[in-house]
Design a protein around this ligand. Sequence first.
Ligand code: GAR
Length: 200
Amino acid sequence: MSKTNIAVFVSGSGTNLQAIIDSGIESANIAVVVCDIPGVMAIERARKHGIPVELVNSGDFESREEFERQIVAKIDGYDIDLVVLAGFMRILTPYFIGCFSNRIINIHPSLLPSFPGTNSVRQALDYGVKKTGCTVHFVREEVDAGPIILQAVVPITEEDTEETLLEKIHTEEYRILPEAIRLFCEGKLTLSGRRVLISS
Ligand code: GAR
């Protein structure tokens, strides 16, 4: 089976990156990890598995687009087919999104369109919803608003704290993000307007 080259973008601990690595998706090759924060655990995880890391420190650039142009230049040689945002905490500009049209996916810790943006787990607890979860979606210019590929539901109990709920959401993220990558790499995702159709 020919493999799809993916670039995984990270900013922090990289537990979703680890889940992608551990899932061993046969149709995907993690060609490069891109990180915007020096010294984070995600870099260690990638290096441990012999995956090249391109560190592009967002603090070194005057504008978001300059930062993204540097990323595009750095990943140019890797022949990337899919960009996976796995805890990448920068908002992408139309420039970058246009470079990888319909080829950028993101994992978000809520059932979108509820609780977009930051602190989604806290927002869900404060609102008092009885269920939250996580969403994998295609990336569009509007934040956390692209067509939805997969979602998983997590019930909220009265005992839940932000920490316990995040742990439960993570468990689901580690399942649906690799699954969405696999579906993309096997050519099983088709866009129909805002809907993502999944073939078996
Ligand atoms: C994940 O829970 C992911 O859903 C979230 O960041 C975490 C990264 O954890 N992403 C967002 O909030 C994006 N808006 P990780 O670095 O351990 O994979």
